[in-house]
Design a protein around this ligand. Structure first.
Ligand SMILES: Nc1ncnc2c1ncn2[C@@H]1O[C@H](COP(=O)(O)OP(=O)(O)OP(=O)(O)O)[C@@H](O)[C@H]1O
Ligand SMILES: [Mg+2]
Length: 358
């Protein structure tokens, strides 16, 4: 069932358009993550869904009902922000029940819902504390509790974990995944964190400059990006991009030659790419292996040993850096000369405008 639908949704501030026609379907129970560079419009889009920001044009429907002009409190939505300002003079219990009290919900019902939310979030023993007596993670859980007690159809999260330290983030990430399962809730979640996006999402929406670049499952976006922007945005360390040009072999086969990398040839099997077309070859760090028909001679500049794997930042004679992931990097050191190989089947090809060529 489609729960939420955006059709050609736009937003302008003054004459300046920041959301430039977004179409999106979100199904009931789905966990959808918005990612994209700073300023691309993630928060604006979320706030438009919540009703905190007017929609300049286009339609927002929830369960097939047009919501553009419906009051935020009547949309069945609850939002959790990065800065989860709790009321300092109220206890955890009072903070969680505040919106319900404000809405005139009977006292017994408030008690019941706060109790349920406290159970889910393991806040039971903390209900009578004030916010200043809580850790950052506990405060964040109270902010989520405030959303849960409202029994929303849809939860909106805008970078809810970015104020927490690394360990707490991991902990809260797991809590949010658990919450999603437990409540069978529809969640729309904005984050800058690659791991959060990849691990939490059923569906990732990649935005750039107010436009949706691609929508898909985390692994679809990783394995099969529609363009160079998505290929570069999803994955850390980033995909390597090498400049090349399409040429035709004697038998008519199509390959990309990399003039700046000693002229190596990469069979690419593209249909309809004209010889002479400038292209960019994309290859992920983990696709470099000891075996493979394409090879690059590189000198190691810097190493990152993560224990289980090593990232080698290696320079070609042309000055470009190539990032390689290896399981056998412990013996490597800066200045080592290596030959990095890959299977051309792993290479993606993009045209000058960044569009994927297939
Ligand atoms: N009230 C406003 N008036 C004018 N421009 C605004 C307003 N709010 C946001 N913008 C602009 O809209 C664009 C999108 O902003 P938005 O906050 O949605 O970005 P974001 O993707 O959430 O970025 P970040 O990752 O930094 O949070 C930006 O260019 C921003 O400057
Ligand atoms: Mg934002």
């Amino acid at each position: 069932m489609t729960e939420l639908q955006l059709s050609d949704v736009r937003k302008s501030y003054g004459g300046f358009e920041v959301i430039k026609g977004v179409d999106l379907d979100i199904k009931s129970g789905e966990f959808v993550v918005f990612v994209g560079p700073s300023g691309c419009g993630k928060s604006t889009l979320l706030r438009m869904i919540a009703g905190l920001e007017e929609i300049t044009s286009g339609d927002l429907t929830i369960d097939d009902v047009l919501m553009n002009d419906v009051d935020p409190s009547k949309r069945g939505i609850a939002m959790v922000f990065q800065s989860y300002a709790l009321y300092p003079h109220m206890t955890v219990r009072e903070n969680m029940g505040f919106a319900l009290r404000f809405a005139g919900v009977p006292k017994a019902e408030i008690e019941k819902r706060v109790g349920e939310a406290a159970n889910i979030l393991e806040l039971g023993p903390l209900l009578d504390r004030k916010p200043k007596q809580l850790s950052g993670g506990q405060r964040q859980r109270v902010a989520i509790g405030r959303a849960i007690v409202r029994h929303p159809k849809i939860f909106l999260f805008d970078e809810p974990l970015s104020n927490l330290d690394a360990e707490l983030r991991v902990h809260m990430r797991i809590e949010i995944a658990r919450l999603h399962k437990q409540l069978a809730a529809t969640i729309i979640y904005v984050t800058h964190d690659q791991v959060e996006a990849m691990t939490l999402a059923d569906k990732i929406v990649v935005m750039r400059g107010g436009v949706v670049e691609q929508v898909g499952s985390p692994l679809d976006l990783y394995d099969d990006p529609a363009n160079q922007f998505v290929a570069g945005f999803i994955g850390s360390p980033k995909m390597n991009f090498l400049k090349g040009v399409i040429e035709a072999g004697d038998g008519g086969e199509c390959y990309a030659r990399l003039p700046e990398y000693g002229g190596v040839k990469i069979p690419v099997g593209l249909k309809g790419a004209a010889p002479g077309t400038p292209v960019t070859i994309g290859i992920r760090p983990e696709h470099f292996k000891e075996e493979g028909s394409v090879s690059l001679d590189l000198t190691i500049d810097m190493l990152e040993h993560l224990g289980g794997e090593t990232f080698a930042y290696a320079r070609h004679g042309n000055g470009e850096l190539v990032v390689i992931e290896t399981k056998n990097g412990r013996g490597l050191k800066s200045g080592d000369r290596i030959t990095a190989r890959f299977d051309p089947a792993c290479a993606l090809v993009f045209d000058e405008g960044g569009k994927r060529l297939r």
